[in-house]
Ligand binder design. Structure first.
Ligand SMILES: *Cc1c(COP(=O)(O)O)cnc(C)c1O
Length: 363
């Protein structure tokens, strides 16, 4: 007997659209026209070549990526990008990587970047406990800034930019936990990247969208696998790419197109998040959100109950009604409901109703 799926609020790897999983299951033994599984065919095959091309086309269409940007599928997760970006862009130059430290992930990106070159953290939200993003006025770039790096959505704290920072240098953005959740204005970016396992597919592939002049900055002394220039020249096929992960990303991007694209996703995401935040705000302080109101994430809703005992009970009771993986990150504690694109509204409604009920019992 097949086990029943629960509503999975995991921060990552995270929920995927059921139609995507079904299609992958259907095609797993035999990819149409192939006589073998996607797991068994060469990355140099015509069939995989088509999958790669279609995935790129979908990404270009969804994110509205201009022609002068390359789309790459790389390995090593977002963390490898933390080091690879400065390795290619500021190492061996007298430029600085300017960073906004708005939470755990951007803080880590800055500290990894320091292994490669000059880094200036031009705004740090640490003392306030990472509850907000800086306003444009608070961002003071250094004169030697090559780029401004920021994390669009801090997955752990649940705080998100309403729009990108407005500055005069190209942006580099870690969009790992919000890629494909809303439209982006790619022209402001030197690079936008995301590991797949939050909102775009399985763990094992990182989507990197990079403007051509950034791609061309790679030093010739870099090992090939760390050089954007060499990776782009070979269309992500310098070595064997994560073929299965790219295939799943193809299915996810197809699904997104069927949903009406990113405008439509954004609307749905904002509405889903509002269901939870409205319940929280109506709870007379029983539930508290980690971040400041204007920076609340519509992807990761980070909140807590009045005590750690109640947090524990909340998660236990929720699991009994099939609402799973709601524990907050160990650095923030409390609860975190990750409600990515693939989390159905129905799951969010159930969680909201559970929250109302729980508050009534324990307030
Ligand atoms: C999950 C996450 C990462 C880490 O990704 P890995 O693929 O595990 O390296 C980095 N940044 C953000 C915003 C994330 O959500």
């Amino acid at each position: 007997m097949q086990e029943e799926r629960k509503f999975n609020f995991s921060a990552g790897p995270a929920v995927l659209p059921v139609p995507v999983l079904k299609k992958a299951q259907e095609e797993l033994l035999c990819l149409p026209g192939c006589g073998a599984s996607i797991l068994e065919i060469s990355h140099r095959s015509k069939q995989f070549g088509e999958i790669l091309q279609q995935t790129k086309n979908n990404v270009r269409e969804l994110l509205n990526v201009p022609e002068n940007y390359k789309i790459m599928f790389l390995q090593g997760g977002a963390l490898t990008q933390f080091a690879m970006l400065p390795m290619n862009i500021i190492r061996n130059t007298n430029k600085s990587g300017n960073y906004l430290a708005t939470g755990n992930w951007s803080k880590k990106a800055a500290s990894e970047a320091k292994t490669q070159g000059k880094v200036d953290v031009v705004w740090d939200g640490k003392e306030e406990g990472y509850v907000r993003k800086p306003t444009d006025d608070e961002i003071k770039l250094t004169d030697d800034a090559a780029y401004l790096y920021f994390c669009a959505n801090e997955t752990i704290e649940g705080i998100q930019y309403q729009r990108e920072p407005n500055v005069d240098v190209p942006l580099i953005c870690d969009a790992s936990s919000e890629i494909f959740s809303r439209p982006v204005n790619m022209e402001k970016y030197g690079c936008l990247y995301a590991c797949a396992q939050k909102n775009a597919g399985p763990a094992g592939v990182t989507l990197v969208v990079m403007r051509d002049d950034f791609v061309d900055m790679s030093g010739d002394d870099l090992p090939s696998m760390f050089s954007y220039k060499k990776l782009a020249e070979k269309d992500s096929m310098l070595n064997t790419p994560p073929t299965f992960c790219i295939y799943i990303m193809k299915l996810v991007t197809e699904w997104l197109k069927e949903q009406g694209g990113l405008e439509a996703m954004h609307k749905k995401n904002v509405e889903k998040a509002r269901l939870l935040y409205d319940a929280i705000d109506a709870s007379n302080g029983f539930y508290r959100v980690h971040g400041n109101k204007e920076y609340r994430s519509f992807m990761n809703v980070s909140f807590r109950t009045p005590t750690e005992e109640l947090d524990k009970l909340f998660q236990e009771e929720a699991a009994k009604v099939n609402l799973t993986n709601l524990a907050g990150h160990r650095s923030v504690k409390g609860e975190r409901a990750s409600i990515y694109n693939a989390m159905p509204r129905e799951g969010v409604v159930l969680l909201r109703d559970f929250m109302l009920d729980f508050a009534k019992k324990h307030a």
